[in-house]
Design a protein around this ligand. Structure first.
Ligand SMILES: Cc1ncc(COP(=O)(O)O)c(C=O)c1O
Length: 388
């Protein structure tokens, strides 16, 4: 029996491939998966402590999320993102923001439609677009992985349904300038297409960089879909809670998709999210201050490999995207790093980067005391590989 052509066309996720390499090489330090080292706040555990004694608590609940969570999210969006939800907008809780992206895609795009996304891309976005039988149109970014408005404009066609931006960015760590995001949002409005803004890393900024939500712009409500996640910010990755803000005209479509795929978000996870909102962003910011030191250390160590390894100084998320001066294909570099040096990273090919060789280094799972060993291995491994 064969697989559908739709799924065959989708690239295979690289993370499980690298995870298998890591499992086969015990003691490997992973700079691979995009996770944080900390877990949820105590308030999340307190919020679920009393859950489950009544049979009714296990029934299906509201498709768009528990009213208490909706309330908390509205307050958060207003206070943290400058998004004051209006009557012509909707808020929907999803099982993670990847699901929010797929929901949005199914709601707005038909087979054959085009979705403009920046190159390098976040692989799950590209995979979702292909899976929806749409066409990802890749837009080049500049040498610092920043947005290039003229390139975005040039990528639009009558079949374009949306432009996707991710800031802070996976895989580059770039934080887009608010002015550039405003221009993209204006362009989308002028062309009658959606601006999908993925803000999964909203609190992860360093130095002078600040996160900006395009959904806070006046005149953005009718064409902006904003995606958020509890996975990174509150260490709730496998609880699967995210949420989206979208124009109300998409509610029927989003409800159809939600009802078909999820019915309702898991209640226990929503309770944990309510607890996380009670803890508030101060909880994440303590960890992010420590991550800023980890990032600095990583950049300093990689600098030792200059000019064979170059890293634009990304000021957000917890990724560095290194450009390597080598003919060795990226996946081979990763295999050698794991087998010979017991350190893992993700090949740039996963993000659509062919030449030159790129590696994504994720430092969110590192702590100040574990980063030294990981970077020692990475730097000495790369030194050998780049020399050869
Ligand atoms: C840009 C981006 N969006 C969304 C996600 C996934 O978020 P969630 O766990 O909420 O589905 C990730 C995870 O790596 C990501 O990098």
């Amino acid at each position: 029996m064969s697989q559908s052509r739709r799924v065959q066309a989708v690239q295979s996720p690289v993370i499980p491939e690298v995870a298998a390499l890591i499992r086969a090489t015990p003691g490997t330090i992973s700079l691979g998966q995009g996770v944080v080292h900390y877990g949820p706040p105590p308030e999340s555990f307190a919020a679920i402590a009393g859950f489950g004694g009544q049979a009714a608590e296990h029934h299906y609940r509201a498709a768009t999320g528990l009213p208490e969570l909706q309330e908390g999210l509205r307050r958060k969006l207003e206070a943290e993102n400058g998004i004051c939800l209006r009557d012509d907008q909707v808020l929907m809780v999803t099982a993670g923001s990847n699901m929010g992206f797929f929901h949005a895609l199914l709601a707005i795009a038909d087979p054959g439609d085009e979705i403009a996304m920046m190159s390098p891309f976040y692989f799950n976005h590209e995979m979702a677009v292909v899976m929806a039988n749409c066409r990802p149109v890749l837009v080049p970014t500049d040498g610092r992985y920043q947005l290039r408005l003229e390139a975005i404009e040039a990528a639009l066609s009558p079949r374009t349904r949306a432009v996707v931006t991710i800031s802070p960015n996976n895989p580059t760590g770039a934080v887009y300038d608010p002015q550039a995001l405003r221009q993209v949002n204006d362009l989308c409005r002028a062309r009658g297409i959606y601006h999908i803004s993925d803000e999964a890393y909203e609190y992860f900024t360093y130095g002078g960089a600040r996160h900006f939500s395009p959904g806070s712009l006046p005149d953005s409500a009718a064409h902006t879909i904003s995606l958020f996640s509890f996975s990174k910010t509150y260490g709730l990755a496998n609880w699967r809670v995210g949420y989206l803000v979208a124009p109300r005209c998409l509610l029927r479509a989003l409800e159809k998709v939600q009802d078909t795929i999820l019915i309702c978000p898991p209640v226990i996870s929503q309770l944990a999210a309510i607890g996380a909102l009670e803890a508030g962003p101060g909880y994440c910011r303590n960890f992010i201050a420590a991550l800023a030191r980890v990032r600095r250390l990583c950049l300093e160590r990689l600098e030792e490999l200059h000019p064979l390894c170059q890293v634009p100084p990304a000021e957000g998320a917890f990724y560095l995207l290194a450009r390597l001066d080598t003919e060795v294909p990226a996946m081979q570099v990763v295999e050698r790093l794991v087998r010979e040096h017991r350190v893992a990273a993700i090949p740039g090919t996963a993000f659509g980067l062919r030449e030159p060789c790129h590696l994504r280094i994720a430092y969110g799972a590192l702590q100040p005391d574990t980063v030294a060993q990981g970077m020692d291995r990475l730097v000495s491994g790369l030194r050998q590989i780049l020399k050869g």
